[in-house]
Every structure is written in C-alpha cells, then in structure tokens.
Design a protein around this ligand. Structure first.
Ligand code: FES
Length: 179
C-alpha cells in the first residue's frame, strides 16, 4: 500500500484537489497552442483587413507638391484639413477649431495675417478666432494654433495621415513638410 502511494504521488500536482501531471501538461500544451493561434489570427487580420485609405481617419491624397505655390491654401474635404504651402514647407491644418470645435473656413478674400499673400486667412465663425496660413492664432479666444496632421510623399503625391493629429503650442518651422 505504502509502495502504491509512493508511486502515485509524483503524478499529482497540487495535492489531493490538484490535477494529474498528464492533465497539467495537456493544459499547458493547449494554452500554448491557443496563444500561438490568437497571435497568428491577429497578424492575419492586420494584414488582410483593408486600411482606411482616402477617408478621414486614414491617409488621404492631397495632390502634388507642384499644385500649390507659396501662399496657397487648399481644402481637402475628405480629409477635413487644409493644405497650405509656406516658405518652410507644407502644412496640413485640421479644420476643427481648437477653441470649441467649430469648422474653421478659409477666407481667401479676407485681409491676410501673414506676409505670404495680400489676402486670405482662416476665420472661425463661432467666436471669431483668426489664424494665418501657418495656422497660428492671431485673434480670438482659441488657446493654441490649429492642429496639424502628418504629411508624407508617395509616388510624387502628398499624403496626409488624418489619423495623426498633433496639437502644438506655437509655430515651429521644423514641423512643416519639406516635400
Ligand atoms: S469654436 Fe472657433 S472660436 Fe470658438
């Protein structure tokens, strides 16, 4: 009897209410397989799930660099941003006012707030915040410049990542995309 107990003891894990070593190994193998399967599933989904290209939240085409000259501003509706060209490079300015979130229109015939052109500025209709082509606040209650989106270039086209919106405390020329 004592001999049988001595033989049985090594196969039990966790004492009288525990599981046998065989079950422990089975669970360990199943757990490992489950982890591998879920990792593979994650890779599969991220590889095959269609990227949101061309709509807000994804990368949006903004045209060719040569389409804009210094001082120009262009609205890209599907990306909800303005693309401006400054001597420092291109800026993609999010249309949402940093004050309380109204859509800020570009006013091409309003007096300019910068030295890049004779006319044109952003003027928020809600509480009167005014921004120049750099998106810098010139008047009104907005607490900071217009937010920016990341720009890259692919096959000669400017691409704006509308999923990457950055707040900034002040204008920094190094944030402009050189092209
Ligand atoms: S929401 Fe634009 S100034 Fe208030």
């Amino acid at each position: 009897m004592a001999h049988e107990i001595a033989q049985a003891a090594p196969h039990v894990v966790g004492g009288p209410v525990g599981i046998t070593r065989r079950w422990f190994l089975r669970l360990a193998v199943l757990g490992s397989l489950g982890a591998i399967f879920s990792q593979s599933l994650g890779c599969f989904i991220s590889f095959y799930y269609p990227l949101r290209v061309g709509t807000f939240g994804g990368k949006v085409l903004a045209g060719k660099p040569e389409d804009l000259k210094v001082g120009d501003a262009k609205y890209v509706r599907e990306g909800k941003f303005y693309l401006t060209r400054t001597p420092d490079g291109f800026l993609a300015l999010y249309q949402k006012c940093p004050h309380l979130g109204c859509v800020v229109p570009w006013k091409p015939d309003d007096p300019t707030e910068d030295s890049l052109a004779a006319k044109g500025r952003f003027n928020c209709p809600c509480h009167g915040s005014i921004y120049d082509r750099f998106g810098v606040i010139k008047a009104g209650p907005a607490p900071r410049p217009m937010d920016m989106m990341a720009i890259s270039i692919e096959n000669g086209n400017l691409l704006v990542d509308t999923g990457k919106i950055t707040q900034r405390a002040a204008y920094d020329p190094s944030q402009a995309f050189k092209g």
